[in-house]
Design a protein around this ligand. Sequence first.
Ligand code: TYD
Length: 136
Amino acid sequence: MNIKEVKIIDIPSTEDSRGILSSIEQNQDVPFNIKRVFYIHQIKGSRGGHALINTDQLLLPLCGHFKVKVYDSQHSKVFILNDITKGLYIPRLIFLEMFDFSENAVCMVLANSKYNKKKYLRSLEEFKSYIDKVGK
Ligand code: TYD
């Protein structure tokens, strides 16, 4: 997977006198079926540090802000997530690290697969040798 496929997605949002409502529909506002939602909160230190073999994700900064560093087999790039109406789309086979969380940060993740701990590549070395092996 190429790092150029990682992108910020604008979440459709409607503002009126009562506030803002943002909504996400699968295969329309995100390029996958949503099978799982999880969120991380009361975050201490860094998270992530893995690539997923079969999972596409959208990361949303529901509260606060944080940084995400993504890697393909050759390049890396840092995104700052600080706007609740902008999510970061990370397709499968991209290595990611999350860090510099603000004190109140909450990150919600939409994913296209059920959780399966066997489908994780848990170090950059393991990730790069997997990519070499499958030729992506
Ligand atoms: P982990 O993958 O280490 O989190 P992060 O990606 O933020 O580093 O997961 C932490 C724990 O949560 C681990 O025990 C597995 C569990 N977990 C689930 O039960 N379901 C899920 O969907 C996820 C992502 C994790």
